[in-house]
Design a protein around this ligand. Structure first.
Ligand SMILES: Cc1cc2nc3c(=O)[nH]c(=O)nc-3n(C[C@H](O)[C@H](O)[C@H](O)COP(=O)(O)OP(=O)(O)OC[C@H]3O[C@@H](n4cnc5c(N)ncnc54)[C@H](O)[C@@H]3O)c2cc1C
Length: 335
């Protein structure tokens, strides 16, 4: 059981900044995110795009903003449960929340801060019969740790950056065999990645199959082979240890919708006094919340996080006095 003061659901920019603001009040945080990396939309959707409306940064790449937020949070030693979706919330006899993820990891905290953005990014799954039987038995939709594929035969499907980048990475001395399957002949990814895939293909490090798609998965308990349909050549059975369809991720509110929170248009209603929800002890900040005048902007989420932790502190320590101290005066004293 992971115990913390504020359990943050969502490690996007607003969740990460919460760690800093909470840390100034000596509150510890732990973040849970369904994605394998921190940064939310900034890391997942547009890491290389410049953002122009972060105060004091005339321009900053979204990925760099995440790096800076991680550095700013570091003195407060946040814990992370990544690659796991927050699934169920219940209360124990001491009034603390117990949060369980889809992988069964349990977390306990007096406060929950939902910073879930647009919700969980769910993988777009190809319509292949029996696919669910092989999930986590050879079929994965995101690559969390490339080492998992060391010396394995891997088939990757997709034509975007994710598919290209992972095919390249795994082909460069990690996997035993890499096959990249794509429905078309043109790729959507960056030109230099496409070129690299072509180079690896001509040098035999990647087996490239275009105008092709995986139509069948075969095996006993674990995946053993996939059947690939090529437009002109017909069916082709390929032995493999893994099939990784990388067809993108789409956000869904997911389990948060079942936590008895007041929800309007896929967002959690909050009181703008402290961004509390209708469930005492649960707050919602960033893109996930809704109130009159709400703007889905990072800087608004930062403001919400700052006010929210003050309220959380008073809930945890009702008898303690909280005095606002400037960081210029007090510094940043980590744990
Ligand atoms: C292309 C693009 C450009 C943008 N440009 C700008 C800009 O210029 N300026 C600006 O201010 N904003 C911009 N935005 C919006 C900005 O990215 C969002 O406002 C910001 O990411 C919201 O941060 P967040 O922390 O609230 O949520 P997110 O960044 O969405 O992060 C939420 C995290 O919560 C996780 N999560 C959700 N549900 C669960 C669950 N049940 N269990 C575990 N994890 C969960 C998700 O996996 C995700 O990682 C842009 C957005 C896009 C898509």
């Amino acid at each position: 059981m992971i115990q913390t003061d504020i359990l943050i659901i969502g490690a996007g920019p607003c969740g990460l900044f919460t760690v800093f603001e909470a840390g100034l009040l000596k509150l510890r945080c732990h973040l849970v995110d369904a994605l394998p990396q921190a940064g939310g939309q900034c890391s997942e959707i547009y890491p290389k795009k410049p953002i122009y409306d972060i105060p004091a940064y005339p321009s900053i790449l979204a990925g760099d903003l995440v790096d800076q937020l991680m550095e700013q949070a570091a003195p407060f030693e946040p814990g992370f449960t990544l690659g796991e979706r927050a699934e169920e919330i219940e209360k124990d006899e001491e009034g603390q929340f117990i949060l369980t993820t889809n992988r069964g990891t349990k977390h306990r905290a007096p406060i929950i801060a939902i910073a879930g953005g647009l919700g969980c990014f769910e993988p777009r799954k190809p319509p292949v019969e029996g696919l669910a039987n092989f999930e986590d038995h050879g079929v994965e939709y995101i690559i969390k740790d490339p080492e998992f594929y060391r010396d394995k035969k891997v088939v990757i499907s997709g034509g975007g950056d994710s598919a290209l980048d992972w095919a390249i990475f795994l082909a460069e001395g990690v996997a035993k065999e890499v096959t990249l399957v794509h429905r078309r002949t043109e790729f959507r990814g960056h030109l230099d990645s496409v070129q690299k895939v072509m180079d690896h293909a001509s040098e035999g490090r990647i087996r490239l199959m275009t105008n092709a798609e995986v139509v069948e998965v075969q095996g006993e308990a674990d995946l053993q082979s996939v059947v690939i349909k090529k437009k002109e050549e017909g069916m082709h059975t390929l032995e493999t240890d893994h099939w990784v369809p990388l067809f993108g991720l789409s956000p869904k509110l997911g389990p948060i919708a079942d936590w008895n929170l007041n929800i309007t248009k896929n967002a959690v209603e909050v009181d703008t006094f402290d961004y509390s929800t209708n469930v005492p002890g649960i707050y919602a900040i960033g893109d996930i919340n809704s109130y009159p005048g709400k703007l889905k902007l990072i800087l608004c989420g930062f403001h919400e996080a700052t006010l929210m932790v003050q309220s959380a502190f008073k809930r945890i320590y009702p008898d303690k006095n909280l005095v606002l101290k400037y960081t210029t005066v007090n510094g940043v004293n980590g744990f």
